[in-house]
Ligand binder design. Structure first.
Ligand code: SF4
Length: 269
C-alpha cells in the first residue's frame, strides 16, 4: 500500500464520493488516477458557472451586460471547451438540448435578477478552513458568490443546473452550504448572520435557508466523524469497497473497479 498524503484538505465532493463508493474515492483521491471523461451534465454546469462569473465581472467593470453578450460568452465557452471525451448517459437528450438548457438557465437568471445590483464581494471564492477550528479537519470549499450586505450580514450563493430543486426541508439540512457557512465564519471578519441561497436555474427556483448555532454544532460533529472514518480507513490501507449503484454509469473507473467485468458502455473506446 503506498503512503498516501493525509494532509490534503477534504472537500464536499471528496466526502460525497467516499460515501457513494469508497473504491472510486481511492482511485481518484488517493491513487490520483485522472480520467479524461466528463459527463455532459458536468460540462453544462461548468459552462453556466463560468458565464455567471463573466456576467458579474462585467457588472463590476462595465455595468450590466446585454443578454446577447451573456449568450455570446456561453456560446464561446461551449464551443471552446467542447471535447471528445464527453459522456452522454441520458439518451433522450441531444447536444442541442443540453445547449438549450444552458441558455434557458441563463435566461431565467437574467430576467429574474437584472440589473444585478447585489453587493458582491467575491466570485468563485476559495475558502480554506477547519471543521470545529481543529487542524485535524482541514477543509476546502469554493463558493460561487459571496455578498456582504452590511452590519455583519452575508450571503452565500450557489448556482445549480440540476434537474430538480431542493425542497425547503432538504435545503434546511443541506451539507454543502452548511460547510461554506463554516468556511465564511473563518475567512471573513465581522460575520454575524449568514444566509444560504441556491439558484436552481434549470427549474427557475431560488431557495433560501439559514443555520443556527445548534445546527452548525451538529454538522461539525457529523463531519468530523466522517473525516475520522476516512482517515482511519486510509491509515489501515482499506477497506475501500466498490458500491454499485446507478451512479456507476457516470463513473469512469470500470477498468480499475474490482466488481466490473467490462468497460463502461457509455464510454466510447
Ligand atoms: S464503477 Fe461503480 S462500483 Fe466501481 S468504482 Fe465506479 S462507482 Fe464504484
Amino acid at each position: 500500500m503506498p503512503a498516501y498524503n493525509l494532509s490534503r484538505p477534504f472537500s464536499y465532493s471528496s466526502l460525497t464520493v467516499f460515501e457513494q463508493c469508497p473504491a472510486k474515492y481511492k482511485f481518484y483521491y488517493l491513487d490520483g488516477i485522472v480520467k479524461p471523461q466528463e459527463s455532459i451534465e458536468a460540462f453544462l454546469g461548468r459552462r453556466v458557472h463560468e458565464t455567471m462569473e463573466f456576467l458579474y465581472k462585467q457588472v463590476k467593470t462595465n455595468g450590466p451586460p446585454l443578454f446577447d453578450t451573456v449568450l455570446e460568452d456561453f456560446h464561446y465557452r461551449w464551443e471552446n471547451e467542447w471535447h471528445s471525451d464527453l459522456i452522454f448517459v441520458n439518451q433522450f437528450l441531444s447536444v442541442p438540448d443540453y445547449y438549450d438548457l444552458g441558455t434557458k438557465c441563463l435566461a431565467w437568471y437574467y430576467r429574474k435578477y437584472h440589473p444585478f445590483n447585489e453587493p458582491v464581494v467575491e466570485l468563485e471564492a476559495e475558502m480554506l478552513f477547519t471543521i470545529g477550528n481543529d487542524d485535524k479537519y482541514k477543509f476546502k470549499g469554493i463558493a460561487d458568490r459571496l455578498e456582504d450586505h452590511g452590519d455583519g450580514v452575508w450571503e452565500i450563493h450557489d448556482y445549480k443546473t440540476s434537474k430538480r430543486a431542493l425542497t425547503q426541508r432538504a435545503a434546511d439540512k443541506d451539507r454543502q452550504l452548511s460547510l461554506y457557512h463554516m468556511g465564511l465564519l473563518q475567512n471573513k471578519e465581522n460575520v454575524k448572520e449568514v444566509r444560504l441561497v441556491w439558484h436552481f436555474m434549470r427549474v427557475g427556483i431560488t431557495v433560501r435557508s439559514r443555520r443556527d448555532n445548534d445546527q452548525l454544532h451538529y454538522m461539525t460533529i457529523s463531519i468530523q466523524k466522517k473525516i475520522n472514518k476516512i482517515t482511519e480507513t486510509i491509515k489501515n490501507g482499506g477497506p475501500f469497497p466498490a458500491v454499485q449503484t446507478p451512479l456507476c454509469n457516470w463513473c469512469y473507473y470500470w477498468a480499475e473497479c474490482p466488481v466490473k467485468t467490462k468497460n463502461n458502455p457509455f464510454v466510447k473506446s
